[in-house]
Each structure stands twice: as C-alpha cells, then as structure tokens.
Design a protein. Sequence first.
Length: 725
Amino acid sequence: MTITPSAANVWRDYVTDGVPSSGAHKPRKADIRQWGAAVQAELNAGMRSFDDAADLLASTTSEDTIFVGNVLMQANVSGAFEDSTGKAFAPALYITPSMFGAVGYSGAASGAVADSKAAIQAAFDYSGAHKIPCLMEGKNYNCSEQLIYVDDLNVYGYGATLFPTAWPASGGFLSIHPSDPLLCVVSGIAISGLTISGELLPTPGSGDNTNLFDGARGVYRTVFRDCVAKKVRDGTGGGTGGGGFGMEQGAHDVFYINCTAEDCYRAIRVSGHSGSFADAAAESKGLTNNRFVNFTAKRCGHVIIAHAAGDTTSWNTTDLSRFDAVFDGITIEDCGHYPWHEFDFTTYPTVPTQKTGIFAFFGAQGVRIRNVRIKITSGYTASTDWLGRTGYPASGNYIGAGLSGNVGALAWGWCRDCSIENVTIDGTIDTYWMFHRAITAGDRGTTLPTSAASSLFGMRISGLDHVAGSAATAFDCEAGVDNAKFSVRLEGLQVHAAPTTAIVGTNANALTNVMIEFVTRAGIRVKGRAAEFIASNVDLTTSQQDTHLVGGMSLGAGYGSSGVRDGWTNDGKIWRASTADTSTTTKMAFYNPNGLIGQVRTTTSGVDFVTTSDEDAKVFLGEYDWREAFRIIKADPARDFTWKTSGEYAVGWGAQTSYSVSPDLASPGGWLGPDGRPCDEETDGAEYVPWGIDMGRRTPYLWAAVSRLIDEVDDLRAKLGVTYH
C-alpha cells in the first residue's frame, strides 16, 4: 500500500526554501486533502461494504474489517453479525438502525415510507446488550406502535426524528415493556438529541392515548438530554393522554435535561399511586429523585400534570403518593389553553366543561416547580393550533365547548405539599390558583376535592412577578370546599396591575386557610386571608398604606381576655393588649430626639395616659398670668353645633377659631406632603388634613383661671366671715 503524499511530508517540521507554507506550524491544506483522499481510497479499496446485516449474512468475506450499513465492523468471535460461513463481526465504534434494515429518509414526515419499528428495536436491543451507542444518523424513521427500553441503551439522536404511525396498545411510545413485569425494571439508559413527532398518528380511537417519551415504572438511572417531543394529540375517552414526556410510579433517578415539548396536549405528565400499592414488578407507588432541568414548552395545553394513577374510584385520597419530582428552570410560551379534549361526555354526563391550567394537580404530593418564565401572547386563546383548530369550540364533545376568554390558571387543581416558586408571567390569565377538580387533565371525580381527602395542606406559590398583562383574581375555587381540609399560600406576588375582578373569587368567602400577599410596583403590600379580603372589600387600588394587613394580627403571645399572657392582638377593628400581672406596666411608649415623651400604662385596676413632665428637664418662669387665662377662655367660648356629614349634635370648639385665640389650643390643618410638611394642593402625594384640637392643652388655662377664682372666693368668704365646713 503506497499513499502519496506521505504523512511525514505533509506534516514536516522543517523549512524548505521556496515553499511558503512549510514550517512547524504551516501545513498546506491542499496537501492534507490530497493525503486524506489517498488514505480513504486505499481503505475503500481494501475493505468490503455491505448494505445491512442481511446483506452480510448472504455473503462470504475473507476480510477482517468491513463496513455494514456504513458502520465500521471488525471480526470478533463474540460478534452478533455473521456472514454466510458463520464468521462473526462486531461494530468497532457504534451501530445504526440502517445496519438492521431501517429505512431512513430526510425532509418532511411521510406516511409512504416503510415502517422501521422492528429494525430500530433490534438496534436498541443490540446497543443495550453490547453497551455500544446507537447513532440515528440524523435521519427520519417511521415507526409503528411502541419501542422498548433495555438496560444500558445509549441513543445518539441529534438531527433524527421518529414518527409513530400507530397508537400503542398501552404505555408510551418509547417506554418499558408493556406486559412482562420482569422486563419493566431497566437502568443505565442515555438518550440524547432525539426528536419524536406524533404528526403521523391517526385520529385517536376509543381509549387511545400515549406519552412520546415515557419514564415509566421501573426505569431508573436514566438520562434524556436535548430531546424534543412534538405534535401529539390528546387521547380519547376519560384518560390523560397526549403527553410529550412522562414519569410514572416506580421510576427513580430519571433526569430530563434541556428537553422541549411543542404542540402537545400536555408537555409533561407525572403520576403515582395513592394508598398502599405493589405488584409483581416490585413497583413503588411513588416517584423518587426525578428531575426536569431547563425544560421548554411551546403551545401545549398543560405544561405539567401531576396526578394519582388509575381511575378516580380507586384513589385513596387520605394517603397520597409522594412524587419527589423537581422541575427547575422552565420556559413556557403560549401554553395553558387546550379546549379540544375529546372527553367522553356520554360516559361521564355530570362532568362540566372547563378551562385549562398551565400546571394541573390532582392527588399529587411533594412536587416542586421553580424558576419559571411564562409568555402568553395577546390573542393566544383564539389562535389556530397545528391541527387547524381555532380558539374555543362553540359546542360539541369538547371539554372547553362554549367557553371563551383567557388561559384559566397558572395552577389548577388540588394536591399536598406542592410549590411553585420564582415565576415571571408576561400575559393575561384568569387566576393564579384555581382550587378545583382538574377535569381537563383527566380528573373525572364529581365530588369536591375536599369530600374525602383529610389533608390537602401546603399548596403554595411564592415569588411570582406578573410583569405584563393581568389576572382577574389571585385565587378562586369551586363552591363548597371544606376550609378545614386544605390550605393555600400565595406569597410575594408582585404585580404591575391590580386583579381586574377581585383579589379572590366569591366562592372563597369563608376560607381562612388561604393566605395571600401582594406587593405592587408602587411598593404597597397587602396581606390577608381570602375570607378577610372579601369581608373588608380591600384591593390593591383602595389600599393607601405601604403595608396593609387585612384582618387580624398578633404580637408577642397575643391578647388574652383573662390576662394570662403578655401580647397584642388586632382583629382589623380593635387593638387589644393584655398583661400577665397586675403591677404598673408600660404598654406603649413614645419617643423623639428628646427621649421618652409619653406612655400608656396599665395599673392594678386602670389605665394611665402619661405625658413626660419631669421638673429636672424644665426651667420655670413663674406662675402663669390668670388674666391671660381669663382672656383666652372668654375669647374661645364653648359652642353647640351639628356635624355637616351626619347632622349629629355636639358641644365644643372650632379649631380655626381656637388657633386664632392661641396657637396652643389647636393644630393647623391643610395640605401636607408625603413628608408631613405643608405643601400646595398640586404637590404629588398631597393629602388634606383637617384642623384639630387637643382637649388636654386647655387644662393649664382652666387650672390658672380656677386657681384665681378660688383665691377670690376665699377673699369673699373672709370678708363675710364664712368658714368652710
């Protein structure tokens, strides 16, 4: 074998006079291309090539190195590929579906291309058994029904797309074995860069539903990276079909990294059995250490549904499955609207139509969703989907028939200890949490979520920033739910626009276990229970305080009517304070730069209102002139009057008149700025403060006048010889 030019000459490290590109760092590209072509020609000349494994089996070869389906193969007594004489070969670096007879193609999806299911499954089986990667060659493949995971399967699918052409009888399209429990437990799987598109699936028949990628029961130590699921229809009947990605009870240590779902009824489905559950596959009822990281969902109905597995009649709502599913980093574009669900209203006639939530829960426990960015474009719910369906249908066998308007909710449903954290929303929705049966996700129960469940506590949204658009309410629910059986916390909700209807829906008028905290961009913070918001009629536009606590609050140990503890309580109307002993105790103290200036103190049987009057802090100028006291009192007589607003009769003074007599008798009113200082009416934040008087300020004048009157009475009694008895 002679290869010209030689490698030594192409990569020479000496300098030849008159050759500009020679030298230690300047090999000539033309020389490299010439050398590479010569190497390739020699290899091809000395290496036989076969179309696929069947072609090899029909041939006889004396070579030890060959190509089968463009895959480099080497003679190996343990190899699975043989020629007609039984000489065995094994792939040197990777395998491809083409080696097993798969028909790959490029361009748009085409139902006219032959089915490659058997060939691809054979390639997957070989990959797992021999621990060698399966390279999908960036091609498209049609594949009827279901492909099965095997231990140690390694698929490199960048640029490749699988097109299912038939609905699986059960389970997902790429999933565990559908019938043999012992084959359900598989591990060591790595699938990267693969796309599965359901656009060639036929119109679903009764009960047809599937996930495209299924991390189902028994799968563990598995990684999906850079995979894409798209264009899968919703299933029929009363099921929860139409998922891009899924995880079910028994799966553990399954990771989805940088994956995307587009145009799916649901982007992700996770489920677990409630109650005690085990079967021949040693299936756990829950999920353990499963993660979605940096996930993207576009134009999907639900982004996540998390639910109890099985029919609603089999659920044990007092013993929910623990999911241990974490979703960290989700980018969402135009999701949360899917009214076309082919629901079986004939079988379930009592189920009403319903909108969709971006996240849906029913019977889930322990789900954590965080770092979410949501964009909902204007007109999204009236747009046309990939199947040509537009907006809400006017009527028919559709879960959203006759509805209209915006996306239903950020979170829809019921669960336990589930949280959504650090969310940004750009767009308009009806509410942040709708506590309601999640019918659109397959929750077909006709009773209230709290009818049987004993504990649905720990539902929470925190750190939500609604940067554009608005919500009609922050929380809503179906009528009649049991306040004692669930709790929801919506905290740190920063909104650029107040809810357009109310902070909570009217069905929540008795709910005290729903706590909501808003912060507006203007810095106004409003916090209270759902029932308190409705009772007080407070919203983000009527609140004028930086912090507005709707309803009651306690400080210290809280107020005790029998005085058994030290503390304060405010019920929104009255401040109440209690002290645990009968000694004189300060309950309020007032300070300025001069120190303590006043106190409110409880005593054994009363209350003292104390103004600081320490002689050591004063310089006395002498006894006050009684003549001036007389003048002030006579110049500002008490008058009877009626209040203009109520017509109520009263006796007293007018602050402006009192102030003209002596500025010490009254406090001026007028327009005051945010800093409390006088300002013009046009000043931003200006507020009119009425004039006022302090009754206590009149006491020294009365004291001086009365003292003089006593002296004069004493003089008169002395002149008349009248003594005191």
